[in-house]
Design a protein around this ligand. Sequence first.
Ligand SMILES: Nc1ncnc2c1ncn2[C@@H]1O[C@H](COP(=O)(O)OP(=O)(O)OP(=O)(O)O)[C@@H](O)[C@H]1O
Ligand SMILES: [Mg+2]
Length: 320
Amino acid sequence: MNLSFNSREALDYCITETSAQNVPPPYRGKVREVYELNSETLGIVVTDRISAFDYIMKQAIPFKGQILNQLAKFSFDKVNDIMPTHVIDVPHPNVTIGKKCDPIPIEVVMRRYLTGHAWRTYKSGLRTLCGVPLPEGMNEHDRFPEPILTPATKATEGHDEDISEAEILERGIVDESLWNQIKEKAFQLFKRGTEVAKSEGLILVDTKYEMGLYKGELTLIDEVHTTDSSRYFYLDGYEERQAAGAGQKQLSKEFLREWLMKHNFQGLDNQILPDLPDEFRMEVFQRYAELFKMLTGSAFEPSLQKNINSELERIFSRYN
Ligand SMILES: Nc1ncnc2c1ncn2[C@@H]1O[C@H](COP(=O)(O)OP(=O)(O)OP(=O)(O)O)[C@@H](O)[C@H]1O
Ligand SMILES: [Mg+2]
């Protein structure tokens, strides 16, 4: 089917929620719907919902779920020699069949550049982030001498909060030997993500990993090196743009965050969540598709579907 990506028609294909029959109702995260297919297996459906500052936007982004799920599949395949991943199969553009893990309640955030939350913190005058000292005299989007690990708690309610390594251990969120393993893997994953990005003309700015235990084994879960969990810049011209103070083009959710801040929303109390205009939704889609093309080397081909629930029922029936 011929669908121009500029076409508003794309907006009609947004998948905002699913409800497959014959399986227990899913856990609905901000973006994913997680069906428990059996005691060891999850059916994870990536919807077109988009969140920022821990709020789900009222409008979805066309084909975002497919892009994200396929980008995650691509990137999981690039790192599965570093550690086990949760992926069992990707039987549908929006679906990953995954190992059901006990999630570790820490967002494992790695950063190489002073961008986003790190920059907002730095700009406020602070010179440590999650217990990590930050060099003086840096500008937005400057590169740190080394990658840094800046974890956040994965709060079951409310906002994620920065946490230092010392506090993770003090609070006993994970024990020291597991934490050392998590840390080692995080640095290895980030190194790999940086290399993959570089070979395609991109800079991996920062990213978030989620890990869990599957039968006692540390496993990479959720998504990896996607546009939702990571920031990327173009490698070409980065130095020149920095020298000129010209900013960097955002190929990630930071684009949405910036738009929201311009519309007086950053998730604080008493702020009103703005509606996303159709043209803006299409622009977010274009940026996600652009990153997909650069990173994977193939153009994103949307799969047009209007009845995902029956597809899910068919796929899930293989696992119960
Ligand atoms: N293999 C896995 N085993 C167990 N849990 C997983 C696995 N993969 C992902 N998850 C969890 O499933 C949920 C995915 O949903 P989503 O990414 O939409 O959630 P979120 O909005 O990031 O977080 P929250 O759960 O706080 O809403 C997350 O809670 C994630 O930790
Ligand atoms: Mg998530």
